[in-house]
Design a protein around this ligand. Sequence first.
Ligand SMILES: OCN(O)CCCc1ccccc1
Ligand code: NI
Length: 183
Amino acid sequence: MILMKDIIREGHPTLRQVAKEVALPLSEEDRKIAESLMEYVLNSQNDELAEKYDLRPGIGLAAPQINVSKRIFAIYIEGEDEPELDIIAINPKIVSHSVEQTFLGSGEGCLSVDRPVEGYVPRYARITIEAYDLDGKKFKKRLRGLPAIAFQHELDHLNGIMFFDHIDEKNPLKANEFAQPLE
Ligand SMILES: OCN(O)CCCc1ccccc1
Ligand code: NI
């Protein structure tokens, strides 16, 4: 299982690389990588396991964060009756997006960043995405809210982008006129 010691931190060059597309159907090795990312995300949201293994909670994890420069990530966001988003995404793409932007009022963090970085991270408010699942089957989703933000945060990792790259240096808490905070 993935532990915090397996997660590389800012300064590690792999976090700034553009990750490689993955061959389909998935090799056994790539399938195990994808499953281990989701296993970490779920474990980290389980209070008992997170405490037992000293895991920092995260709603997503991308392969580059365990020093695997491949276009794979996992996201799990709990919901009322069912998860808001529960995906393993292989070779993910944003195929269209709103002009309108959004941002988390509390800013963003990252398992690969061991410090708080203040500031709004502007994201597209609504996105249409395409990706492949573990079985190599293509799927398409329309996302908004936290699922849309999380998808963009993880996709950034596959392109060597960190959340703080989007924060306005001069005025970190400036939200441009298009951006509506996500309540
Ligand atoms: O890349 C995964 N990660 O570092 C865990 C946190 C993900 C995250 C996603 C959206 C907004 C805030 C934090
Ligand atoms: Ni991150």
